[in-house]
Design a protein around this ligand. Structure first.
Ligand code: HSE
Length: 405
């Protein structure tokens, strides 16, 4: 029997305990061994909780118990979660986590310790919640050169944007609705500022391109600047606005990785990934394109992915699973402004002020009957981000979003 400890009894941690109890039969069949929770570590009190007897406050009990071979870290953040993870790995215990912030920032270091100690550090639930994506990248697509990966990687912001598009609500009202429904955190800054999606695209980049990407090197823009006017202009031109994390090879062994709102043709699959759902699109040189879709957040979908990693860890006790990437180097992640694409621009000026700035046909204006006077919006031809900034310098620019063709 494999005995595990769950570190952090919040939404995901309690989901892990619940899934292990509910699905005990299928889990032990798939692991070829019974899996039981020996400890739940949390400093809070949980009176009346069905698993109250397992809850302890002292992490050192887990660390010093040779019977516990796997720790599930569902604390979040990079403070105590990092200390506990490192201690467990150094003590020869495998660690499974949903903590994207820790994997994105310290994953390279923790994986090296895991390799040294011949144990596993696994994090399927850190990207896309319940969507299988880490394992498909490292196993199913292992024969491909992956050239590009992008996705809707944050459920909260996708819910807000879907409400703004479908119910014509403002950003503020949509955020309040997300909080009332329990989708958004009471402090949703990491979501709406794009930081959560940034950490996830950093992890996907590590795996797809084989070098560590520091989330601080990933240019990140959230959704606060998107207005109902932008949503209307985008719809009038046949597009929807989605927050994407995106990374692609740029040549010379470098990549670009960034997080920003994009206009996507309403006819494309990712444009129709709505509400709290997520998707990840992968381009491989043998594969072509594949899209993974599903519940990107939520207690049980995420907990199910965590427990699947526990099962895999039980099955790879003797011969650990190899997950690793090399160090990055200065300049490895290039500025996304160097990347060419079409752009959507909304400006407080007349169309006539814009026309002369572009070659004939270079700005395709979008008609919008409800637009206020003195404001126009247009789509550019393919151009570099830095080049576009120079062209638009001095104008009163309200929004600029990339178009994903
Ligand atoms: N806050 C995240 C989201 C949770 O909204 O997607 C899942 O990582």
């Amino acid at each position: 029997m494999a005995k595990i400890a769950v570190l952090g009894y919040g939404t995901i941690g309690s989901g892990v305990v619940e899934v292990i109890a509910e699905n005990a039969a299928v889990i032990s069949k798939n692991a070829a061994e019974e899996i039981s929770v020996k400890y739940i570590v949390d400093i809070r009190e949980f009176p009346g909780d069905p698993f109250e007897k397992l809850i302890i406050k002292d992490f050192s009990i887990v660390l010093n118990d040779p019977e516990v071979s796997i720790a599930v870290e569902t604390i979040g953040g990079t403070g105590i979660a990092y200390d506990f993870t490192k201690s467990c790995l150094l003590a020869g215990k495998s660690v499974v986590t949903s903590n994207k912030e820790l994997v994105a920032t310290k994953g390279d270091e923790l994986l090296k310790i895991a390799e040294d100690k011949n144990v596993n550090y696994m994090f399927e639930a850190s990207v896309g919640g319940g969507i299988p994506i880490i394992r498909p990248i490292i196993q199913c697509l292992a024969a491909n050169v992956i050239n590009e990966i992008y996705g809707i990687l944050n459920g909260t912001t996708n819910y807000i944007l879907t409400e703004m598009i479908n119910s014509k609500t403002s950003f503020e009202d949509a955020l309040r609705g997300a909080q009332a429904k329990g989708f958004a955190e009471q402090n949703p800054e990491a979501d709406i500022e794009g930081k959560d999606a940034c950490r996830k695209i950093a992890i996907l980049s590590d795996l797809c391109f084989g070098r560590h990407v520091d989330p601080d090197d990933v240019k990140t823009e959230g959704i606060k600047g998107i207005t109902p006017q932008d949503v209307e202009y985008a719809a009038a031109a046949g597009y929807k606005i989605k927050l994407l994390g995106r990374a692609l090879r740029t040549g010379d062994g470098r990549i670009t990785a960034y997080t920003a709102p994009h206009l996507i043709s309403a006819a494309k699959l990712p444009a129709n990934v709505d509400g709290v759902m997520n998707c990840v699109v992968v381009h491989g040189n043998a594969l072509g394109e594949a899209m993974f879709y599903g519940a990107g957040a939520g207690k049980l979908p995420t907990a199910g992915a965590v427990v699947a990693d526990v099962i895999d860890t039980v099955k790879h006790r003797e011969k650990r699973k190899t997950i690793k990437w090399d160090d990055g180097f200065p300049g490895y992640v290039t500025d996304s402004d160097l990347l060419s694409s079409r752009f959507y621009v909304r400006a407080r000026c007349a169309e006539s002020n814009i026309k002369g700035l572009f070659s004939p046909g270079g700005a395709e204006f979008i008609g919008n009957k409800t637009a206020p006077d003195g404001v126009c919006a247009f789509l550019t031809k393919e151009t570099g981000g830095a080049e576009l900034k120079k062209i638009l310098a001095g104008l009163d620019i309200l929004s600029v979003f990339r178009v994903l063709d």
